[in-house]
Design a protein around this ligand. Structure first.
Ligand code: 8YV
Length: 332
């Protein structure tokens, strides 16, 4: 009788939606994290010693130490997330460990939240909502000069990173009457530029001096760490707003806080932070900041789609095929 192939041992580091966990259990030798407590580095090392496949999330640092102590059976890191800055990709590649991610399925949700922040900060949405809720303030009624924000229609939006999410933000922003400007490693096609009515800036510095709202939509890589450096942040107009739904590390957060405190820029909408889960208290203290706890992709539909992507990548790998969402497509 032919023996049934051994199911891969899959260790999932955080609690995933039930439907995803159930399917993973059916398909693989899956070990789940019912408690949802983030794993310590020591626990990650332990997991890497026994897993054939590790499924980490943004809260797990799969660094050199974890990867060099991994057992030889660890062949795939199927990241539950699009950004892979939590994984030491070079070490993984050198050790022949494949890394996959979940691109495409959180584009629209992240773009929605980016647009929400683009609206929320200039229009003071959270301030107004908090005012009505606050039991110590009594609303005395409408007044012509109270709670005034700034119009976004007709303003210039500068998108840093014109990938899937940047483009989805541009589409929404066009509908709100914003003019689209962008900076990207590579200029996008003429057809796409025409479709989005987007102006390309090869020089990020020049774009920053001219836009009213900046949206960070590029991944965090060694090349984009502090891309919005202290020097670059100072190029922004004092009336400018900064929105970030990508990764906190792309912005020099201390300098951002300083410029907000001194009124050298007008506000910021931040869903991500440099040292998550801690949030710079200076940013939280600023009335000019709308801060969210890394929830741009947090929809149940999105999480299930992400889980499906992870499952497809593991299944392809287990069946001896190339997983579709390889971060280094050349491997395999
Ligand atoms: C995810 C994200 O929730 O996918 C990403 O890159 O930033 C998030 O929206 C998180 O990364 C899941 O690991």
């Amino acid at each position: 009788m032919p023996s049934t192939p051994k199911k891969p041992v899959v260790i999932v580091t955080r609690k995933l939606p039930d439907v995803v966990e159930t399917r993973m259990r059916e398909l693989f030798e899956t070990r789940l994290n019912e408690s949802d407590n983030p794993m310590t580095q020591a626990e990650l090392v332990q997991a890497a010693k026994v897993a054939d496949v590790l499924v980490p999330t943004v809260t797990d640092r799969i660094d050199r130490a974890v990867l060099t102590q991994a057992g030889p059976q660890l062949r795939l890191i199927a990241n539950f997330g699009t950004g892979v800055d939590n994984v030491d990709l070079d070490t993984a590649r050198n050790r022949g460990i494949l890394v996959t991610n979940t691109p495409g399925v959180l584009t629209e949700d992240t773009a929605d939240m980016t647009m929400a922040l683009i609206l929320a900060v200039p229009r003071r949405i959270t301030e107004g909502a908090a005012y009505l809720r606050n039991p110590s303030t009594k609303w005395s009624g409408w007044s012509p000069t109270w709670m005034l924000g700034h119009r976004i229609y007709g303003k210039r939006l500068g998108i840093i990173g014109m990938g899937r999410i940047g483009q989805a933000v541009a589409r929404r922003a066009r509908a709100f009457g914003l003019q689209i400007h962008y900076h990207n490693r590579r200029r996008v096609s003429e057809a796409l530029e025409a479709d989005l009515e987007a102006t390309y800036w090869e020089s990020l510095d020049q774009m920053l001096t001219r836009v009213d709202i900046v949206s960070v939509n590029c991944p965090h890589t060694p090349a984009t760490y502090h891309l919005l450096s202290a020097r670059r942040l100072k190029l922004l107009k004092p009336t400018a707003y900064v929105v970030n739904t990508s990764r906190g590390e792309v912005i020099d957060e201390n300098e951002l806080a300083r410029l907000l405190e001194s009124g050298s820029i007008s506000g910021a909408g931040l869903d991500v932070f440099e040292h998550e889960p801690s949030v710079n208290p200076r940013l939280l203290a600023s009335e000019r900041v709308v801060a969210l706890p890394h929830m741009s992709s947090a929809t149940i539909e999105g999480r299930i789609d992400m889980g499906e992507k992870v499952i497809i990548n593991i299944k392809a790998f287990a069946d001896g095929h190339a997983p579709p969402d390889r971060v280094h497509p050349a491997m395999l």
